[in-house]
Design a protein around this ligand. Structure first.
Ligand code: NAD
Ligand code: MG
Length: 401
């Protein structure tokens, strides 16, 4: 009887694009999963609606004012959901004894602490928040090993690679893998005239041809820094060297990535571009459950295209590979500089092509140090942010934040 109890799930970042898709899948399987905690930084009314629908034990927000606002709303509704606030509360619900599964779907470096808390508590962790792995890779993987937590990738590419590898997996060599082919659509500016890239707007950058996502990852997709971060993510997740991963541009986003084996076999995972597929896969692994995603109609699709990425158009790809090759704090610096650059671009303080320029300058003028512990990660992250704000002012005359 015990095994038939619903598994309690904590969704970190429940009001985001991944959070909403996760709740959509969970709602299809009330007998398998229950919602234990929901968290968000803003869009408090949306969080309140989610709480009314799923009646979680906890709702967590960042600041006290919003928590008070939410408490009042729940009192009026007679809802028993307890409201907590702050980063410690995020970590607390992510590591709560009652929780079985944690969806890590906060965007950016803010996801690191709660995601690490879930990893250290030995949870089944569904990782959407790639930035936490990029900024703290070796420590993250060591904590995983130590706690015995199970990490399932949500990024569609890494979920595809996971599906194309044997399970359990103990290294590419042992599995007979020659290389991993990481696919990316090339984003909205794959064929835009290079001279026009200087003046593209945040709205144009956020209009992705195939996927609907949060604004930060949408800009990352337009610069292909998303693929760069995913390249680093894949190196850590699959214990691969940079030389074992090749980025392939595939504009239709139907093949989500591939694994090339020694014997000439190339395994691909395909599907419609809808994050509910990797979410359902990771939630239920090794079972398969309904996700609400329609089956892929290959005949209607007609054809699939592949091409080599153009690094002069997408310098962020090169910057990410170089950061991974440099190791230590270089990926942490890359991620932090990128977050500042994307925020500045979205705020109209930096042209689109300035994103790569800013990151490159920060990388060139920041020393690579060893990441001995999470404090070192925090320090590298903070100093790269500070440096990025200075470089922003140097290059574009903004005073930054
Ligand atoms: P989003 O912007 O739509 O949502 C982010 C969520 O995090 C929101 O709930 C927001 O309230 C919360 N949040 C933001 N800042 C916070 C902070 N400082 N502290 C606590 N909570 C905070 O983002 P998204 O598109 O859902 O992406 C989430 C993560 O998943 C990112 O790391 C992204 O790279 C990754 N991812 C997203 C997709 C996608 O299709 N959207 C695909 C693959 C990977
Ligand atoms: Mg992805």
């Amino acid at each position: 009887m015990y095994s038939t109890l619903p598994q309690p799930v904590c969704v970190l970042g429940s009001t985001g694009s991944i959070g909403v898709s996760t709740l959509d899948v969970l709602a299809r399987h009330p007998q398998k999963y229950s919602v234990y905690a929901l968290t968000a930084r803003d869009r408090i009314e949306q969080l309140a609606q989610q709480c009314r629908r799923f009646s979680p034990r906890y709702a967590v927000v960042l600041d006290d004012d919003k928590a008070a606002q939410l408490r009042l709303a729940f009192q009026a509704d007679n809802l028993a959901t307890e409201v907590l606030s702050g980063v410690d509360a995020l970590c607390r619900v992510a590591s709560d004894d009652a929780v079985a599964i944690v969806m890590a779907a906060i965007v950016g470096a803010a996801g690191l602490q709660p995601t690490m808390a879930a990893v250290r508590a030995g949870k089944k962790v569904l990782l959407a928040n790639k930035e936490s792995l990029v900024m703290a890779g070796p420590l993250f993987m060591a904590a995983l090993e130590e706690s015995g937590a199970q990490l399932l990738p949500i990024d569609s590419e890494h979920n595809a690679i996971f599906q194309c590898l044997p399970y359990p997996f103990d290294g590419l060599g042992g599995a007979g893998v020659e290389r991993i082919l990481l696919t990316g659509s090339g984003g909205p500016f794959r064929t835009t005239d290079l001279a026009a890239l200087d003046s593209v707007t945040p709205e144009q950058a956020c209009r992705h041809p195939n996927w609907s996502m949060g604004r930060k990852i949408s800009v990352d997709s337009a610069t292909m820094m998303n693929k760069g971060l995913e390249f680093i993510e894949a190196c850590y997740l699959f214990h691969a060297t940079p030389a074992e991963i090749q980025v392939v541009v595939h504009p239709q986003s139907i093949v989500h990535s591939m694994v090339q084996y020694r014997d000439g076999s190339l395994l691909a995972q395909m599907g419609n571009p809808d994050m509910r597929t990797p979410i359902a896969h990771a939630l239920a692994f090794p079972e398969r459950i309904d996700s609400g995603v329609a089956a892929l109609d290959l005949i209607a699709q007609g054809h699939l295209d592949f091409e080599a990425p153009d690094e002069s158009r997408f310098p962020c790809l090169k910057l990410a590979r170089e950061a991974m090759e440099a190791g230590g704090s270089a990926p942490t610096t890359l991620n932090a500089a990128n977050e500042i650059a994307v925020d500045a671009f979205l705020a109209g303080e930096l042209p689109f092509t300035g994103i790569a320029r800013l990151i490159e300058k920060v990388m060139k003028t920041t020393q690579v140090v060893e990441l001995t512990d999470l404090d070192a990660v925090e320090l590298a992250d903070q100093s790269a942010r500070k440096r990025a704000v200075e470089v922003l002012a140097e290059l574009y005359g903004a005073h930054g934040g």
